[in-house]
Design a protein around this ligand. Structure first.
Ligand SMILES: Cc1ncc(COP(=O)(O)O)c(C=O)c1O
Length: 451
C-alpha cells in the first residue's frame, strides 16, 4: 500500500517535471524541447548514427574502481607481515582479529560479534546457532545468493521461498504472510544490492508470529532504516568482506548477535581458537570445546576490514552522489524506474544500479530498448537473476529434511522481465553521466520506431 502510494507520488512528480519542461509534448524528457521548436533527434547508433558514449570503457575513466585501498591498507598488511608476533595471544597471532571485533561492536553499537573467514561461514555458524529442531522452516527470498539458503540444509533446516517486490528487489512481507506454515520458525531478510529491507514492518510481523528475524547484510553494511543500522534489527546478522563487496577485505565475514548464547553457539561451531577460553564462566557451552569446523578469519583480511570500516559510510555516500547525478535525470523518462527506496532509508549502491522498464508506459519492449542502449555504448544487458526455487537442488528430497515447497513467485519473475542494470559509478564521472543521459534520451526519442 505504502509502496503504491509512493509510486503514485513519484509518478505525479515525474509528470509535473515533464510538463514544466514541455518535454511531454515533444515525447522527450530531459532536454526541455518544445513542440514549437522541435529538434530532430540524432540517428540511433543502431541505425548507423554516432554512439552517445564516447569515453573508452576502462575502469578508471568509467569510475569503476573497487575496492578503494590506500596507504592505510598497505601499511596494515605490511605490519602483519613485518611483525607477525605482535598479537596478544599465546600463539603469537596478530591482534587484528580481536581489534576488528572490538571496533565492529563500537561502530555498530552491537553487543556480540564473531569474525569469520567469509560470509558463508558466518551464515553457516548462524544457522547452527539457531539451535532449531530438524524440519524447522525459514522464510527466505528465492532472489538471493546461494549462501543465504544452502547452509540451512546442514542443520535440517528447510527454506520457504518468499517473493520479492519487483521494484525494490527485497523481501515481500505480504507474500511472507501467505507462506507461513506450522513449522516456520524464522525469516531471513536480504538487503539486496545496498537497499535496506522494510525491517520495521518485518520485525513487527515476526514478533506477532513469534518468528526469529535474521539478516543477510552482505550487500548493505552501514546502511540504515529510520536511523538504525542494517544488521541490528534481527537477532542475528551476517556480513561479507569478499573482494568486491561494499566492505571488501579479499575474503572474510562477520556475525553479529544480539544475545550472548547465540554468539557462543556460533563461536562453538566455527571458531576453534575461541573455545572454550573466551566463553563466559557460567556459559553452558564452555564444557564442549568445539563441535564444528574452523571458520576463523585471516589476520590480514581482518586488518583490511578494520581499515575499510573507517569511513565506510562516507565512502558510500560519495558513490550515492555519483549515482544520483545519473538517476535523478533518468527517472524523468516515461516508463523507466529505479530501485525504489523509502525516504527514511540510507542505502548504498553495490554491483548494479538497477532500473526497471514498464514496457507499456515506455512504449517499447525491454529487448528493443536494451539493444538500442547497447549500440549507443551503454553497459547493460537483458538481465535475469538466478531464482533459487527453480534449481534442481530444491527439487530433490535427498538434500533436505523434507522437500521444500516450490511456489510461483510472480514478483521475482517480473523483476527478471523488466530489469535494466547499469554500472555503479564509484567515482565522479560527470562527462560519462552526460553521455549516459544522452544515450537514454536518444533511445527514448526513437521509442515509437523501436516499438
Ligand atoms: C547476499 C549474499 N549473502 C552471502 C554471501 C556470501 O558471502 P561470502 O562470499 O563472503 O561467503 C554473498 C556473496 O556474494 C551474497 O551476495
Amino acid at each position: 500500500m505504502q509502496q503504491k502510494k509512493k509510486d503514485q507520488k513519484s509518478e505525479s512528480t515525474r509528470r509535473t517535471f515533464l510538463k514544466s519542461t514541455g518535454a511531454l509534448a515533444a515525447g522527450l524528457s530531459l532536454v526541455g524541447r518544445s513542440r514549437a521548436n522541435p529538434v530532430k533527434p540524432e540517428t540511433l547508433a543502431l541505425n548507423g548514427g554516432p554512439k552517445a558514449i564516447k569515453t573508452p570503457p576502462d575502469s578508471l575513466a568509467w569510475g569503476r574502481c573497487w575496492p578503494l585501498y590506500g596507504t592505510a591498507e598497505q601499511e596494515a598488511v605490511l605490519e602483519i607481515a613485518t611483525n607477525p608476533w605482535g598479537g596478544p595471544d599465546p600463539w603469537g597471532r596478530s591482534n587484528s582479529i580481536p581489534l576488528l571485533e572490538k571496533e565492529w561492536k563500537e561502530h555498530f553499537k552491537v553487543p556480540y560479534v564473531r569474525a569469520h573467514c567469509n560470509g558463508t561461514a558466518a551464515l553457516t555458524s548462524m544457522y547452527f546457532a539457531l539451535d532449531l529442531p530438524p524440519g524447522s522452516e525459514i522464510i527466505v527470498p528465492s532472489y538471493t545468493y546461494w549462501a543465504s539458503i544452502v547452509p540451512m540444509r546442514l542443520f535440517g533446516l528447510v527454506p520457504v521461498f518468499v517473493d520479492i517486490n519487483p521494484r525494490t528487489l527485497n523481501f515481500d512481507l505480504e507474500d511472507a504472510k501467505r507462506r507461513l506454515t506450522k513449522n516456520t520458525k524464522a525469516v531471513m531478510t536480504v538487503h539486496w544490492i545496498g537497499l535496506p529491507c522494510e525491517m520495521d514492518h518485518i520485525c513487527d510481523w515476526a514478533k506477532e508470529k513469534g518468528l526469529i528475524v535474521l539478516e543477510d547484510v552482505a550487500h548493505a553494511p552501514g546502511c540504515s532504516l529510520k536511523g538504525k543500522y542494517t544488521g541490528t534489527w534481527g537477532s542475528m546478522s551476517m556480513f561479507s568482506f569478499q573482494g568486491i563487496k561494499p566492505l571488501p577485505a579479499g575474503e572474510g565475514g562477520m556475525g553479529v548477535y544480539q544475545n550472548r548464547e547465540d554468539c557462543e553457539r556460533a563461536t562453538m561451531f566455527g571458531n576453534y581458537d575461541h573455545v572454550p577460553s573466551s566463553f563466559w564462566k557460567d556459559s553452558p557451552y564452555k564444557k564442549y570445546g568445539s563441535v564444528g569446523v574452523t571458520h576463523r578469519i585471516h589476520p590480514m583480511a581482518a586488518a583490511l576490514a578494520r581499515c575499510q570500516l573507517r569511513g565506510l559510510e562516507e565512502r558510500h555516500a560519495a558513490v550515492v552522489r555519483n549515482v544520483r547525478s545519473l538517476n535523478d535525470r533518468l527517472v524523468q523518462l516515461p516508463g523507466l524506474y529505479e530501485q525504489a527506496a523509502r525516504p527514511d532509508m540510507t542505502r548504498l549502491y553495490y554491483l548494479w544500479n538497477m532500473f526497471f522498464i514498464d514496457e507499456a508506459e515506455a512504449g517499447m519492449s525491454r529487448a528493443a530498448c536494451v539493444k538500442a542502449l547497447q549500440a549507443e555504448g551503454v553497459r547493460t544487458r537483458l538481465f535475469s537473476y538466478t531464482l533459487h526455487h527453480k534449481l534442481p537442488l530444491y527439487a530433490e528430497e535427498k538434500w533436505w529434511h523434507h522437500k521444500p515447497n516450490i511456489p510461483e513467485l510472480p514478483g521475482s519473475e517480473e523483476a527478471n522481465r523488466t530489469a535494466i542494470p547499469l554500472p555503479v559509478f564509484t567515482s565522479a564521472v560527470p562527462e560519462l553521466v552526460d553521455q549516459y543521459v544522452k544515450a537514454f534520451e536518444k533511445v527514448w526519442a526513437h521509442r515509437k520506431e523501436l516499438a
